[in-house]
Design a protein around this ligand. Structure first.
Ligand SMILES: Cc1ncc(C[n+]2csc(CCOP(=O)(O)OP(=O)(O)O)c2C)c(N)n1
Ligand SMILES: [Mg+2]
Length: 295
């Protein structure tokens, strides 16, 4: 099913990841709209899923046996589109149409428009429930595919997430994996100070997420979400639990928002943003890219 027969080395994976990060910042600059920080923090995991672990079929995106992926933090759409394009779902040149009115690549993922998008998202909090439904459907139909859902740490503030965290173990959904991109920031941040309740600058900084998911009955793994080996081991674990453990798996992926480029790294100010020509030059250099901007 996975049409990629060759196994990529970590070096090759890293080079795809660097290109993907460049295309995110460059495409958003050209379209004058879109998010930067969240796609950049999630990129190592996204590329690992699509280039190494997921059973997919880019030539037949609706293949019923395919693994499903839901980007529950749908504002990071440009990150997903970039990976889908590089993986061959549609031409890389199409990224230049991102967020244009008549484009297949809207500002938030639309499953009716974009090849490879399995769920429409953007209103935070809903993706894990959709994923649980798909995983339950697979069980009912006797199908062996895996459902992967990526959430943001700020997104964990949505109550609907917790309805599924509570119920998925009851349904024995060991074919469901939630990946939480814990980049330590959401849309805004406050300077630290006496009145800082660390509820914006660090949405889940006061929570032991591993203990929480484990307490709800999930297999739980914490990783450095920028370390390809740790990512690969965790995704392999999650796959090996399918049909065996009777529990869903949560991967707590510790990352840095805006990772990969100095001026976007670790700041809520680059949750979204349009890079200037000079910033694009810096990003291109830091990401080791030679290609021209799309505009
Ligand atoms: C229900 C809902 N409320 C608010 C928003 C606006 N919004 C878009 S992104 C964002 C912050 C998300 O932070 P996080 O989940 O940590 O994502 P990341 O850091 O990966 O960008 C918010 C509040 C939304 N998309 N949906
Ligand atoms: Mg975040």
């Amino acid at each position: 099913m996975n049409t990629k027969t060759e196994v990529l080395t970590d070096l090759e994976m890293s080079s795809i990841i660097q290109e993907a990060r460049w295309r995110v910042i460059d495409t958003v600059a050209a379209s004058k709209a879109g998010h930067i920080g969240g796609p950049m923090s999630a990129m190592d995991v996204l590329v690992s899923l699509y280039f190494k672990h997921m059973r997919i079929d880019p030539n037949n995106p609706r293949n019923p046996e395919r693994d499903r992926f839901i980007l529950s933090k749908g504002h990071c759409a440009i990150g997903l589109y970039t990976v889908l394009a590089l993986r061959g779902y549609f031409p890389v040149e199409e990224l230049a149409t991102f967020d244009h009115g008549n484009s297949r690549l809207q500002g938030h993922p639309d499953m009716l428009l974009t090849p490879g998008v399995d769920a429409s998202t953007g209103s935070l909090g809903q993706g894990l429930s959709s994923g649980a439904g798909m995983a339950l459907g697979a069980k009912k139909l006797g199908k062996d595919f895996h459902t992967w859902v990526m959430l943001g740490d700020g997104e964990l503030g949505e109550g609907m997430v917790w309805e599924t965290v509570l119920s998925a173990p009851r349904f024995g959904l060991d074919n469901l994996t939630a990946i939480v991109d814990v980049n330590g920031l959401q849309q805004y941040g406050w300077p630290a100070g006496p009145r800082d309740r660390f509820d914006r600058s660090e949405p889940v900084g006061h929570v032991d997420l591993e203990a929480v998911f484990t307490g709800f009955g999930w297999n739980t793994i914490s990783i450095n979400g920028h370390d390809l080996k740790e990512i690969s081991d965790a995704l392999t674990f999650a796959q090996s639990f399918r049909g065996v453990s009777g529990k869903p798996t949560a991967i707590i992926s510790n990352t840095t928002k805006g990772f990969g480029v100095s001026f976007t790294s670790g700041t809520y100010k680059w949750h979204n943003g349009i890079a200037t020509e000079e910033q694009l030059r810096t990003a291109r250099e830091e990401l080791g890219q030679k290609m021209e901007s799309v505009k």
